[in-house]
Design a protein. Structure first.
Length: 211
């Protein structure tokens, strides 16, 4: 089984009797745009981490996922607010409707909470962690290669200048420069891609339980 998001199909995978769907890092902003959730009644794990989900719109679609146990929402603007509510489920269930209203509990969130058994977690998907490790190892290898190459050039320059006694120092400086340049370029690239996510919260009409 699968879901459709902006024309792309994403299939659920199974590990024994455990079914999961990885929708992490897909640029998702609105859960209601994901089509096909109502068919995934057997899904156990749903990974929505590393997206830009800011509102609860579409959250009610998860009510149909009766077997859902884990919902990964880490690195989303909505994560902190939703987890705050779900972590206080027992306390909220002891309140009356009027008390929950005074506590600013969103009715849609409450409906999902009482009809679902899943926990909201921050843990990123295994795929994201693997990709991060591969990216780091690749960058480290590139830095080593450029460092060695730069050190060799520096050594040759030192020899050509007749400062053989200081060739080792030139080589070390060249290696450090060559090693650091790829890291610096990558850091600048990452800083340019940083997006500051600001939860809309109450300003967008959503209310949250706060204590």
């Amino acid at each position: 089984m699968s879901v459709i998001y902006k024309g792309s199909e994403y299939k659920a995978t199974s590990n024994g009797n455990l079914f999961s769907l990885d929708l992490s890092a897909r640029g998702i902003e609105d859960l209601s745009e994901i089509k096909g959730f109502e068919k995934l009644t057997w899904l156990h794990i749903l990974d929505l981490s590393y997206n830009n989900i800011t509102e609860i719109k579409g959250l009610e679609n998860l009510v149909n996922l009766k077997n859902l146990k884990k919902l990964y929402l880490g690195n989303n603007p909505i994560y902190k607010n939703l987890k705050n509510i779900f972590d206080k489920k027992k306390k909220l269930m002891k309140m009356t409707g009027g008390e929950r209203e005074k506590a600013r509990v969103n009715p849609k969130v409450w409906k999902v909470m009482i009809n679902s058994q899943f926990r909201i977690l921050k843990k990123p998907s295994k795929l994201i962690r693997i990709e991060s490790k591969i990216r780091f190892i690749s960058l480290f290898c590139v830095s080593i290669i450029t460092g060695i190459f730069s050190g060799g050039i520096s050594n040759s320059i030192a020899s050509a200048m007749g400062v053989v006694g200081e060739a080792a120092i030139f080589s070390l400086i060249g290696f450090l420069v060559g090693f650091c340049v790829p890291l610096l370029i990558y850091l600048i690239y990452r800083l340019q891609r940083v997006t500051v996510y600001l939860p809309r919260g109450e300003q967008s009409g959503d209310t949250w339980y706060i204590s």
